[in-house]
Structure formats: C-alpha cells, structure tokens
Design a protein around this ligand. Sequence first.
Ligand SMILES: *[C@@H]1O[C@H](CO)[C@@H](O)[C@H](O)[C@H]1NC(C)=O
Ligand SMILES: *[C@@H]1O[C@H](CO)[C@@H](O)[C@H](O)[C@H]1NC(C)=O
Ligand SMILES: *[C@@H]1O[C@H](CO)[C@@H](O)[C@H](O)[C@H]1NC(C)=O
Ligand SMILES: *[C@@H]1O[C@H](CO)[C@@H](O)[C@H](O)[C@H]1NC(C)=O
Ligand SMILES: *[C@@H]1O[C@H](CO)[C@@H](O)[C@H](O)[C@H]1NC(C)=O
Ligand SMILES: *[C@@H]1O[C@H](CO)[C@@H](O)[C@H](O)[C@H]1NC(C)=O
Ligand SMILES: *[C@@H]1O[C@H](CO)[C@@H](O)[C@H](O)[C@H]1NC(C)=O
Length: 481
Amino acid sequence: MLLKTFCIHFTGDFAAIFLIVGISLAVSNVFEHFAQSMVKKEVVLKNGTEVFEAWENPPAPVYMQFYFFNLTNPQEMLDGERPAVVEIGPYTYREYRPMEEVIFQDNGTKVTAVNTKTYIFQPNMSWGPESDLIRTVNIPAITVMENFKNHTVLANLISAYMKSKAEGLFVTRTVGELLWGYEDGLLKAIKLFIHDLDDVFGLFYKSNASNDGEYVFFTGQQNYKDFARVDTWNGSSSLNWWTSDECNMINGTNGASFHPVITKDEMLYMFSSDLCRSLYALYEEDVTVKGIPGYRFIPPSTVFANLTVNPANAGFCVPTGNCLGSGLLNVSPCKNGAPIIMSSPHFYQADEKYVKDVFGMNPEKEQHETTIDINPLTGFILQAAKRLQVNVYVEKISTFSQTGNVRTVVFPVVYLNESVVIDDTSATKLKVIVVEHNVLVNIPFMLIGAGIILGIIFMFLICQKKPPESTAADEEPLLTS
Ligand SMILES: *[C@@H]1O[C@H](CO)[C@@H](O)[C@H](O)[C@H]1NC(C)=O
Ligand SMILES: *[C@@H]1O[C@H](CO)[C@@H](O)[C@H](O)[C@H]1NC(C)=O
Ligand SMILES: *[C@@H]1O[C@H](CO)[C@@H](O)[C@H](O)[C@H]1NC(C)=O
Ligand SMILES: *[C@@H]1O[C@H](CO)[C@@H](O)[C@H](O)[C@H]1NC(C)=O
Ligand SMILES: *[C@@H]1O[C@H](CO)[C@@H](O)[C@H](O)[C@H]1NC(C)=O
Ligand SMILES: *[C@@H]1O[C@H](CO)[C@@H](O)[C@H](O)[C@H]1NC(C)=O
Ligand SMILES: *[C@@H]1O[C@H](CO)[C@@H](O)[C@H](O)[C@H]1NC(C)=O
C-alpha cells in the first residue's frame, strides 16, 4: 500500500517536472539556439573542413545552357514586319568554377582567391553540335551603326564599305562563334583606324578559362553572417556594388552570399556579371529538394521594372533617350557600347508589348523565372537556376540603308539557364544535419509528451486508488431514482 502511494506520487511529480521543464525549454527556444549556434560555428571557411572543400571545389555540377532564337523572316523584318523566331536549344556546357590561389589572411578571418571558370561542351545534353548555324541580328554592325549614326560622312563611308562586303543587319553564324567569338570583318576594317579596338565579337568572348581578378572573402569566423561574403574585389569595396548605377564596379562574379540560419524575410544578394549589377531575391515559398527542406527565393519583378516602378533603373534608358518599359535592363555601358538589353527569357514579367513585338515569344513562370532554393538552417544552396535573355535594341537608322524599314524592336538573341542541383553525397550529409537538428529542437516537445503520458497514468492511478465505498455512495442516488 505504501509502495503504491509512493509510485503514484513519483509519477505525479515526474509528470509535473517534465511538463514544466519541457514547456519552459520550448518557450525559451534553448535547444533551437543551441542547434543554430552549432551550425553557425561549423559553417566557416577553414582549411581542412568539408565546408571549405565544398567552397573551394563545388561538388555539384553547374550547367550553363543556351537557347538561341533563329530568325525565320529576315526580309519581312527589314520591310517593317514583326520578326518571327524559333527557339533552338539547349546547347549545354558544364561549368567548372574552382577557387584558386587560395590564401588565408588576418588570422583566418579573411581569404583571398581567384575564381576561374571553364566551360566544357556537353554534346549528349545538347540539341546539336556547336557548329549549328543560327541566323540572328548582326550585333557588331548594329553597334558600329549606332555609334556612327550622327556622323553623316563616316556613316556614309561605313555604309558603302558594308555594301561592298554584303554585310547587313543579319548574320548567320555557328553557335560556337556567337558564344565564344569570331573575327568580324567590319570591326577589322575599323580597327585600321581605331587601333585598340578588338575585332573579335562573341557574347561570351574571353569568358572561358579566365578569371575576373582577385576576391577577398570573409570566412565567417568573426560573424556567421559574413560567411563567404565578398569583402573586396580587385581592391574595391563591395559596398558600392549595388549602390552604383553604372557598371563600373561590377563586372564581377555570379556568386551569391548566403550564411547559415536564414529567415524568410531575408534579402539575398546575387552578383551578376551579365547584368553589370547585383540582383536581390525575396522569399517566395517552401520547397523540398532531395528530401531537404528549403526556402525558394526569387528576384522581385521590380528588379527589372521601369522608371515609374523602380527609380533605380533611371540609368538605363536607351541611347535615343526613351526609357525602357518594365522587364528590361539596358546594359550597353558595360558591353562596350553595344545596344544590349537584358530581360527574363521570353520577356517573362516584362511589358506585354515586348512579348507581342516578336512572333515566337511564350513566357512561362516555371520555365523562365530565376530561382534559388536554400536550406535555411545551413544556408547551403539546394538548387538554383539563373535565367537571363540577351536582346539587342534594333531601330531604323536613316544614315544606314542596311536597316531598311525595320521597326523599332527589342530583338531576342539567346537566353541562358545557369543551373545547379545539390549532389547526392552532399544531400545525404545535409539530411543528417537537418535530422539531428530536428531531433534536438524536438526534445522539449518530447518532454512535454512524456509529461502528458505520465499525467494520464497518474490520473488513472488516483482514480483506481479511490476506496470502493465512495463509488457505491455516489451511485446510490442513481439506483434509488
Ligand atoms: C591547407 O592545408 C594543406 C595541408 O595542411 C596545405 O597543403 C594547403 O596549402 C592548405 N591550404 C591553404 C589554402 O592554406
Ligand atoms: C592575429 O592574432 C595574434 C595573436 O592572437 C595577434 O597578436 C595579431 O595581432 C593578430 N593579427 C591580426 C592581423 O589580426
Ligand atoms: C574552354 O577552355 C578549356 C580549357 O582551356 C577547353 O578545353 C574548352 O574546350 C574551352 N571551351 C570552349 C567553349 O571553348
Ligand atoms: C536556323 O535558320 C537557318 C536559316 O533558315 C538555317 O539554315 C539553320 O539550319 C537553322 N538552325 C537550326 C539549328 O535549325
Ligand atoms: C511602368 O510600369 C507600370 C506597371 O507595369 C505601368 O503602369 C506604367 O505605365 C509604366 N510606366 C512607363 C513610363 O512605361
Ligand atoms: C567592366 O567591363 C567593361 C567592358 O567590358 C569595361 O569597359 C570596364 O572597364 C570594366 N570595369 C571594371 C571595373 O573592370
Ligand atoms: C533550364 O531552364 C530551361 C528553361 O528556361 C529548361 O528547359 C531546362 O530544363 C533547365 N535546365 C535545367 C538543368 O534545369
């Protein structure tokens, strides 16, 4: 009898203790903070750690895929009709981007490195060989015509030269030439007068097997939020990168800076050399990649917005003085004056006008938006796809008969999808971390659960302990009635 009473008290006390401890731990978030601080301490660039190895030599394959727009009606376009294009692709390259010349500095708080990118063609993942022919607008010629259109004498000379060489508004070149460069006859002729001109043109000319200078990164040792964040690039402070309207600062990397324990209302900055500026991304939804939870971030539509919506686009008005509509970004200042305009593929999220101006555009959210999925606990990228389209501003230039009666149009040349998905080995490791974290942060709830179960047992025992007479007395009125 004594033992039984002792057991009941014991159960009751433990139920109470488990409940109080469990609830106070749950409310104070101790385990959450503890688990997060473990990750924060772990995610630092330090020689010998897995995080460092993954940063130095990213294990997940990065693919760069190009989709060209083949022009089908050049004569009609010259006569003033809307251009009609057919999308052809992908032409896929595996992108290798190791960190090289890595040197730790300042007691391990910073690290310097160069980021060399190499592109290797993947025939098995491509529509055809790099020798496929694409008909598109003649970008070097358009650049020359735009730059000389107001010098009547020079314009006439150049126009006559172009006529003699049968150079016009369009070219048919191979995929390899358009991407990695070809010697252009017109540029070569002009080079005779302007000696420092480069007579090779290619959308990604000089991008292969080259680096864009020295970066200094924070290792995250002092502050986890600085993990792998760029401190300086070629000696200039990254602080100016996104405040500067011009591209003078940012020809930089495609890297993004993430750190462990991110929140939904975090803004993520990505640096994009193709855009000559940085982009930022906002939380959109929860996703799961290879069984690992992630937050999806996407650039807000205002990144490309027109002047009314986003005054930061003020620096991006086409040479004629007209500012561009929503969804376009003029990057000619950082493309040697070539009238290049960036947008999302198929003018996704751009003014309806640009979609309608070109026959063959078909914008779709899933296919054409830029996304980054990040594991919030560790800040690791689970999956990402950067999607951008390269367009050329085409207009009738009266001093050049080569432009015929062409209507003013933002002509799509190619779009790219630079994508990565976490590799299986890293995914397995990351899953272990996530599961351990979940177990740890659920300890208070397990205690609460145990407390509740013990409480129920306690109640049960108390009821059983009640003397049988009292039960009978309770039931008496029922029996008499
Ligand atoms: C990292 O450590 C290895 C072996 O101790 C050494 O060979 C290597 O140079 C170190 N790397 C850096 C960037 O310090
Ligand atoms: C590195 O650490 C040592 C000893 O802690 C200190 O004397 C030195 O000033 C530090 N150097 C830098 C650049 O922080
Ligand atoms: C890039 O450079 C590497 C090594 O120099 C070479 O193997 C590869 O074919 C090049 N890729 C292209 C697209 O030219
Ligand atoms: C693109 O169009 C040109 C001209 O019609 C044609 O010769 C070429 O084969 C097309 N390219 C592809 C890859 O289909
Ligand atoms: C800018 O975009 C907004 C919304 O898309 C539109 O209402 C406005 O007319 C545009 N302004 C100009 C100058 O194009
Ligand atoms: C960026 O690139 C453009 C054109 O390639 C060049 O004119 C400019 O000087 C570069 N800026 C820097 C800071 O290197
Ligand atoms: C890249 O994006 C394109 C559409 O923009 C899509 O068709 C393609 O499958 C994507 N590539 C990868 C590897 O996800």
